[in-house]
Design a protein around this ligand. Structure first.
Ligand SMILES: NC(=O)c1ccc[n+]([C@@H]2O[C@H](COP(=O)([O-])OP(=O)(O)OC[C@H]3O[C@@H](n4cnc5c(N)ncnc54)[C@H](O)[C@@H]3O)[C@@H](O)[C@H]2O)c1
Length: 436
């Protein structure tokens, strides 16, 4: 079977490469010619563990192709995945212009029956809009009958473990209204039957809702434990004790109960805003998620207050920040807590030295006046405090005696609770974590 994936970013490239790994003939399309040329040379534009190998192997085997030509990719494919960006507009509503332009491109190159699948995270009812866009473009290019199924197959992969998540997902959600499309999509994912991955087949609207409800729930869980952490600081309780005992309750579960600077990245912030926005349009208020968004923004400012308290004033200080990506094992800095906190520190008059194992190039495009260091010790050199912003493994094993020696003041603010407070005190640091 031939399929194409339109949009070759974090989701599109992983999706394309993993379907090729399943033995399917895949064409990845992107409008960014430089990206496609790099991929054709075997260069991977993003850092994602395991991705390079799987892309190279399948490209060599002739199952994975790259192009900027949407038309020919659509013509040659039975299934077309849409994996383009769905960024927020200033008012929080989703910008669907990328999805609309792909729908038009599909419509004007429609050639026989196709299954069109949105993998991008989209507001509920976007499939109807995609179908309308395809139909209009098809008619404009002289086609009288449009034979396509528009489905939703939301993606749940996590950056940093995206390949593993795609090949071993917790579930595959297929939102489709006709049996033929359901059968084709199930066939695409057939190798997952071997590892007994559950398939959830729903209406298109339910599939679109599942993605938003899942992300909003995870964002809520993170925000909830952050607020409990803030309370723990006041009463002298360790939030890790609280979270562990809470998580042992099977109804609650242990994951996503780790306090920190608040959620970030390219999904939770925009998807929570999107949910609130399209719910409002439908006349249904989302009070919980609205409060989560506000509390998450507050958590960033709280981190800055903590740094202020630990340094005795931010103005004129030099601060070392370790970690720039929004989470470990990725170079993605979109809405990264580290970047937000650096901006707030600079607004208050701090100079920042920063280091990240993978994300410095992307961070440099977002930030001004930051000195990028060659490693953690170089970042700490002469700084008035060290801020642990992203929990990369290499920051869990720092030579703390060297850090102590490099810093002008032995102050550490650990926004990820990587270290244990008593141990840090024993080593002579003034140390603050979150909720401990
Ligand atoms: N990143 C994640 O972890 C993740 C997880 C689940 C879902 N999603 C969703 O997947 C979608 C894509 O996210 P991403 O992180 O992969 O984005 P991305 O920005 O990394 O990649 C999108 C790609 O689409 C390309 N593109 C834009 N318009 C195009 C067009 N008309 N034709 C061809 N290519 C086009 C861009 O050049 C870019 O390379 C979003 O809706 C996002 O919410 C992302």
């Amino acid at each position: 079977m031939n399929i194409s994936v339109i949009g070759t970013g974090y989701v599109g490239l992983v999706t394309g490469a993993c379907f090729a790994e399943f033995g399917i003939n895949v064409t990845c399309v992107d409008k960014d010619a430089a990206k496609i040329e790099a991929l054709e040379r075997g260069e991977i534009p993003i850092f994602e563990p395991g991705l390079e190998e799987i892309v190279r192997r399948n490209a060599r085997a002739g199952r994975l192709h790259f192009t900027t030509d949407t038309g020919s990719a659509v013509k040659d494919s039975l299934v077309v995945f849409i994996a383009v960006p769905t960024p927020p507009q200033p008012d929080g509503a989703t910008d669907l212009s990328y999805v609309d332009s792909v729908a038009r491109a599909i419509g004007s190159h429609l050639d026989g029956y196709k299954v069109v699948v949105t993998k991008s995270t989209v507001p509920v009812r976007t499939a109807e809009r995609v179908r309308a866009g395809i139909t209009e473009a098809a008619r404009a290019s002289g086609k009288d009958s449009v034979t396509c199924s528009v489905c939703s197959n939301p993606e749940f992969l996590r950056e940093g473990s995206a390949v593993e998540d795609f090949l071993r997902p917790d579930r595959v959600v297929i939102g489709a209204d006709d049996e033929q499309a359901i059968a084709i999509l199930k066939d695409l994912y057939k190798p997952l039957n071997l590892i007994e991955v559950p398939f959830v087949v729903t209406s298109v609207a339910a599939a679109e809702m599942i993605k938003h409800a899942s992300n909003a729930f995870l964002a809520t869980k993170i925000t909830f434990i952050n607020e409990i952490a803030n309370l723990c600081e006041k009463v002298g309780a360790d939030v890790h004790d609280v979270a562990r005992a809470m998580g042992l309750d099977g109804r609650i579960g242990r994951k996503f109960l780790h306090p920190g600077p608040g959620y970030g990245g390219s999904c939770f912030p925009k998807d929570t805003l999107s949910l609130v926005s399209f719910s409002e349009e439908l006349g249904v208020e989302q009070r919980v998620v609205s409060a989560v968004i506000e509390a998450n923004e507050f958590q960033r400012r709280r981190m800055v207050e903590k740094i202020e308290a630990m340094t005795g004033g931010i103005e004129g200080r030099t601060l070392a920040v370790l970690g720039l990506s929004f989470k470990p094992n990725t170079d993605d800095v979109r809405l990264s807590p580290a970047i937000d906190v650096i901006r707030l520190l600079q607004e208050r008059g701090a100079s920042v030295r920063a280091y990240d194992p993978q994300a410095m190039e992307r961070a440099a495009a977002e930030l001004e006046n930051v000195v990028f260091a060659s490693d953690a010790y170089d970042a700490a050199r002469g700084a008035d405090a060290l801020i642990l912003a992203t929990e990369w493994n290499e920051f869990r094993r720092l030579d703390l005696a060297r850090i102590h020696e490099a810093l002008r003041e032995p102050v550490i603010v650990d926004m990820r609770n990587i270290y244990e407070p008593p141990e840090m005190e024993r080593l002579g640091f003034r140390y603050a974590g979150v909720g401990r």
